[in-house]
Ligand binder design. Sequence first.
Ligand code: SF4
Ligand code: SF4
Length: 331
Amino acid sequence: MSPARKKAKIAIYWLGACGGCDSAIVDLGGSLLELAEKVEIVLWPAVLDFKYDRIRSLADNELALTIMSGCVRNSEHREMAELLRAKSRLVLACGACACFGGTPGLANLRQKGEIISWVYGDAPTVVNPEGERPQPTCRVNGTELHLPRFYDHVHALHQSIEVDYYLPGCPPPVDLLLGAISALLNGKLPHRGSTLAPQKPLCDSCPRAASKPARLEIRTIHRCHEVEVDPTDCFLAKGVICLGPATRGGCGGTCLAANTPCRGCFGPVEGVRDAGARFLSSLAALIAPEDDEKLRELLEAIADPAGYGCRFTQPVSILGEQSCADDNEEE
Ligand code: SF4
Ligand code: SF4
């Protein structure tokens, strides 16, 4: 067998994704070129043209690894996730969308019909006088074409297929990505189901933590643009909501370095079931209202509580978790 044929085969695939996770892989730069020398990339639609039939023709478990980003929003996503799962010895959920549903998961706060009406009718930028809507099937030059079925809910990857390892972030930082890919290809793995990122909350590694009082009391809540925060100040100490206490660290503090509070893209810390509930309980412990009226005012200052608490994790939250059964039943 030639050396080239001995290379491990890998796939990199996006489901309901923005492409940011693929950009993070491209950002591996020279390390990506070294990786490409050692493995055979048999599928990477964001970068190169491949045919799905090539994947269908592989034997089960022939791929050493599939790196999958994005959420499962429609039947094509699930079909590809299931196909790649069958062909792969390991599947890495890459990025917040694959791990938790990500920002697309906030769509679960709306009904499917509401979303369709907004996107194809009610949004102010839409011009659609005939009220056209996408049809599941249509005929073009005598050929019947099909659109993937739009599911009722957004799902994280593990709600559709078995996932071996998780790498959160929006997108994951390059150092963790490289470490994860190396570990997965070299077999240096923690137990199956692990998240390949630090276990402690972001506050533990935040350079602003020194300015966070030991006993913090929040009396007013500001949005970012309403208050000037020094680059060394703890956001929470200034009354700006920061999810650092409830979010897994390891992101490298990119947002904090840009004077922007943490929004929680690394998901909950180890052992915490629900990132949003953890955020609310840690916020409640810090709020020091003088009376009920002040408390109401303070809570009303949170412009978008669901957006703050579940921005990346709604599909896997206790309140928002939806079994795939409803979408499966309509298959
Ligand atoms: S995790 Fe973030 S960067 Fe990755 S696909 Fe989702 S939205 Fe894009
Ligand atoms: S709350 Fe935010 S700014 Fe303050 S220490 Fe934690 S991560 Fe840093």
